[in-house]
Design a binder for this molecule. Structure first.
Ligand code: PAF
Length: 272
């Protein structure tokens, strides 16, 4: 990867980078297409990063299908895929980690998944150092991850532009995610309550001038809780750049939901 990158740089080519954990879907493909459109070369990394999974999470069973992923990358116009081994990224005795501090990396996903963003920030920083991209593309579906990575790149003066890309949804509104593969048809139906509730809440705030954040998040919570088969982790309305709690809903706020359907933890969000 380093020699590929050095070759591209010598030729004055720009590099667009899409870091992934594989199990690629239309959401990833939209990032690859954009990376290719906006740069001379598009690089996709595929690495299921052990450092961002908790001990009771789905690292072992996370879907892996390199052959299919490689085909999809090629079709979407990727020039290179980078598929490192865990022992190359974290050789024996590995000890350097990147921690983004402050409330942004303490709340919501960070509170539910201790150590998760430390793992994400570490691997993304390492991948940036290897791929040396001009631009890197991240989906807004993982909204807090996007903010944490932006903050890391800013605070560490990494010479890369972080490009946020809109969440891609199925026709019925379900946010596309690699973890949707775990859902049975029945669970998939249950999961729809998440995007439907978000859509209604955004509508209430944007089109009906609803501004009371507590009342709206209470009504989001009761809509989710009234659906059998789903366990709410959090439903929150936050400032769109720092995720600080808000009392009054304004343009730019974001509504975030995390919930478990069976054993599958799903997250989604919509901005107002
Ligand atoms: O969003 C993901 O797939 C992962 O968190 C990322 C950014 C590739 C880091 O492992």
């Amino acid at each position: 990867m380093r020699s590929v990158v050095s070759d591209l740089r010598k030729k004055g080519k720009t590099i667009g980078f899409v870091p992934t954990m594989g199990a690629l879907h239309d959401g990833h493909i939209s990032l690859v297409t954009r990376a290719k459109k906006e740069n001379d070369a598009a690089v996709v990394s595929i690495f299921v990063n052990p450092a961002q999974f908790g001990p009771k999470e789905d690292f072992r069973r996370y879907p892996r299908n390199l052959k299919k992923d490689a085909k999809m990358c090629g079709k979407a116009g990727a020039d290179f895929i980078f598929v490192p081994e865990a022992k190359e990224i974290y050789p024996e005795g590995y000890a350097a980690y990147v921690n983004v501090e402050g409330d942004l990396a303490k709340v919501l996903e960070a509170a539910s998944r201790p150590g998760h963003f430390r793992g994400v920030a570490t691997v993304v920083a390492k991948l940036f150092n290897i791929v040396l991209p001009d631009k890197a593309y991240f989906g807004e579906k993982d909204y807090q991850q996007l903010l944490v990575i932006k903050k890391m790149a800013e605070d560490l003066d990494l010479p890369v532009r972080i490009v946020p890309c809109p969440t891609v949804r199925e026709r019925d509104g379900l946010a596309i995610s690699s973890r949707n593969a775990y859902l049975s048809p029945e669970q998939r139906k249950t999961a729809l309550v998440i995007s439907r509730t978000l859509k209604k809440a955004v509508h209430a705030a944007r089109d009906h001038g609803f501004t009371d954040a507590k009342k709206l998040s209470d009504s989001i919570r009761s809509a989710i809780l009234s659906q059998p088969g789903i366990k709410l982790d959090y439903a929150a309305i936050r400032g769109g750049t720092t995720l600080e709690p808000v009392k009054r809903i304004e343009k730019g706020c974001v509504i975030l939901i995390a919930a478990k359907v069976g054993k599958t933890r799903l997250i989604d969000n919509m901005r107002i």
